[in-house]
Write a protein that binds this ligand. Structure first.
Ligand code: ARG
Length: 493
C-alpha cells in the first residue's frame, strides 16, 4: 500500500490538515465564547501569516540525515524492546531509507505547511508505507527528537570546524617556516615597537587557532549527549533502552534529567561563543592583511584570487576577502547574542522559542567554515615583501629598548637608561635620523657607559637577544615550529 491516510493523523501532527481550528486560534471559528473578528479579511491574512510564521522547514531541512538516522535507531530500539513488532520496524526502516533517497535525489515533495523536517519526513513515511508509520513516534516527542537531531548535527559541525582550524594552522606553520629569516617590525599601538621574525608574528595566530580548536572540541563534547528518551519533558512510559539508541547514533552519553534535556541549548551556545571568539581572531588577522597590503605598508601582496578590482578605479586591488572575513564577524557575534537572549527568560521546559536556536547556529557554522577556508587560501597565497619589512624595521626606532638594555648590561638601573635613550630618541626623531645613523661620539656624549660595541646593535642582534621561551630569537622560533608541527600531528593532521 503506497498511500497513507495522513488525514487520520491528529491535528498539526503530520498532515497539517484538520488543524484549522487550532491554528487560527479561534479567530476564524464560530466559538460562542468569542465575538468573532472585527475584520474577517485581515484576520484571514493573519491566519496565513501565522502559519508561515511557525515554519522552520527552510532551515531545518538540513537536519534530514540526522532526523532519519535518529528515527532508524529509535525504530530498532522499539522493536528490540518489544514495544513495536519486528515487521513494523523493518517496514519503517525501509521506508525511511526511501525517504532519504528521495531527499537526496531531489524528488522529495517538500511541504512547508507541515512546518518542519520532522513532520515532512514522517508524513512522507505515511504516504510510502501507510499506517504502520504511526508507530515510529511511540515513546518519542518532537522535543527530544529535534534536540537529538541538532546535537548530532553540531557534533559533525564542531568536528569539521576543528579540522578546518587545523588546516589553517598547517598553512600558518608552512608560511612561518618559509619566513624564518624575514624580519618585520613588531607593533604596539600600531607604532613600530621592536623587531621580530615574521615567523614569530604568524605563529601568534597559530596559538589563537589552537585555543579555538580546544573550545570547539569542548563544544562538540557538550553536544555529544543524547536527549532521546526525554519525551516531551518528563520521560516516557515505555521500557525503552536509551543507551542502545545512543550507541547506534554514536553518542557518548545520555542526558540525566529529562526536563533539562529537552530545554538545554548550552551546546549551541558553546559552539556560538567559540565561533565568536574564533571569528574575532580571524578578523584580527584579516585586519593585518588589509593594513599590510595597503600602499602605505606594502608588507605583502595578496594573491589575485583574494582581491577584486574596482568598477571605477582601474588601479585597485581591493582586499575584499579579508574585509569580508573581518565584516562577517559582526554577524557571528550577533548569532551568539540572539541565542543568549532567546534563552534568558525561558521557563522550563520546551518552549517554541527554542526553534530559534537553529538559524543563527547554522549561519555561524557556515560563515566560520567559509572564513576559515578563505583565510587558509589567503595566507598560503600571500606574497610577503621581506625587503620592505626589513627596511621598515631598520628605518625606525625599534632598537631603543636594546640600547637601554645595553646600558643595563653596563650596570645602569633600567629606569635611568630609559631616560637617556628616550632623550636620544627625541633627538634622532627631530633630526629625522635613526639609531644606525648615530656616531659613537654622540653615544658617548649621552653616557660614558657606552662602549664601541654599541655600534653593533642592529635588528638581527636585537632579535637574537630575545632568547627566552616564547621569544623571537631564531632558535626559539625554530623550536616553536617543531612544537607546532608536533601539536598538529597529535591532533591528527
Ligand atoms: N520545529 C520545532 C523546533 O525546532 C520542533 C519541535 C516542536 N515541538 C513542539 N512541541 N512544538 O523546536
Amino acid at each position: 500500500m503506497l498511500t497513507g491516510p495522513s488525514s487520520r493523523l491528529p491535528c498539526n501532527y503530520a498532515s497539517g490538515r484538520g488543524c484549522e481550528r487550532e491554528k487560527l486560534s479561534g479567530a476564524m471559528t464560530n466559538d460562542p465564547q468569542t465575538s468573532g473578528p472585527a475584520n474577517p479579511a485581515a484576520s484571514a491574512r493573519g491566519a496565513e501569516l501565522a502559519s508561515d510564521y511557525t515554519v522552520s522547514l527552510h532551515y531545518d531541512q538540513r537536519l534530514y540525515k540526522q532526523d532519519i538516522a535518529g528515527s532508524i535507531a529509535h525504530a530498532h530500539m522499539l522493536s528490540k524492546q518489544g514495544i513495536i513488532g519486528e515487521d513494523d520496524a523493518d517496514q519503517i526502516i525501509v521506508g525511511l531509507g526511501k525517504v532519504k533517497a528521495e531527499i537526496e535525489s531531489g524528488d522529495f515533495p517538500w511541504k512547508p505547511e507541515l512546518e518542519d523536517i520532522h513532520m515532512n519526513v514522517e508524513s512522507r513515511l505515511f504516504e510510502l508505507i501507510g499506517d504502520v508509520a504511526g508507530k515510529l513516534h511511540t515513546a518519542r516527542s518532537r522535543n527530544d527528537q529535534v534536540s537529538t537531531d541538532t546535537r548530532l548535527y553540531m557534533k559533525q559541525a564542531a568536528g569539521d570546524t576543528v579540522m578546518a582550524l587545523r588546516t589553517l594552522q598547517e598553512a600558518v606553520v608552512a608560511v612561518a617556516e618559509a619566513n624564518l629569516e624575514t624580519v618585520v617590525p613588531g607593533y604596539t599601538h600600531l607604532q613600530r615597537a621592536q623587531p621580530v621574525l615574521l615567523a614569530h608574528h604568524l605563529l601568534a595566530y597559530f596559538e589563537m587557532f589552537d585555543r579555538d580548536a580546544t573550545r570547539f572540541a569542548a563544544a562538540r563534547a557538550s553536544a555529544d549527549v543524547m536527549t532521546l528518551g526525554n519525551g516531551a519533558m518528563a520521560g516516557v512510559p515505555y521500557p525503552i533502552d536509551r543507551e542502545f539508541v545512543a550507541k547506534e547514533l554514536g553518542f557518548s552519553a545520555v542526558t540525566t534529567n529529562s526536563m533539562d534535556g529537552v530545554s538545554d541549548r548550552d551546546f549551541a551556545l558553546e559552539y556560538l561563543s567559540a565561533a565568536a571568539i574564533s571569528a574575532m581572531h580571524l578578523s584580527r588577522l584579516a585586519e593585518e592583511f588589509v593594513v599590510w597590503s595597503s600602499e602605505e605598508f606594502k608588507f605583502l601582496a595578496l594573491g589575485a584570487d583574494y582581491t577584486t578590482g574596482s568598477s571605477i578605479m582601474p588601479q585597485k586591488r581591493n582586499p575584499d576577502f579579508a574585509e569580508l572575513a573581518r565584516g562577517k564577524t559582526g554577524r557571528v557575534y550577533g548569532n551568539l547574542f540572539a541565542m543568549l537572549t532567546t534563552l534568558k527568560g525561558l521557563p522550563l521546559t520546551y518552549n517554541r522559542d527554542l526553534q530559534e536556536d537553529k538559524e543563527g547556529l547554522f549561519d555561524s557554522v557556515d560563515t566560520l567554515l567559509a572564513t576559515l577556508d578563505v583565510t587558509t587560501g589567503m595566507i598560503s597565497g600571500a606574497n610577503f615583501n621581506a625587503d620592505r619589512m626589513r627596511q621598515a624595521a631598520e628605518s625606525s626606532y625599534v632598537l631603543a629598548t636594546d640600547i637601554a638594555d645595553y646600558l643595563v648590561g653596563k650596570g645602569m638601573p633600567f629606569r635611568e637608561a630609559h631616560v637617556i635613550v628616550s632623550e636620544l630618541s627625541d633627538k634622532l626623531i627631530d633630526g629625522n635620523r635613526y639609531f644606525k645613523d648615530l656616531s659613537f661620539e654622540e653615544y658617548e656624549a649621552a653616557s660614558s657607559l657606552f662602549g664601541r660595541d654599541v655600534m653593533e646593535i642592529g635588528v638581527d642582534s636585537s632579535i637574537a637577544s630575545r632568547d627566552v621561551l616564547g621569544g623571537t630569537a631564531p632558535g626559539r622560533v625554530k623550536s616553536a615550529i617543531v612544537e607546532a608541527k608536533a601539536r598538529l600531528q597529535e591532533a591528527g593532521k
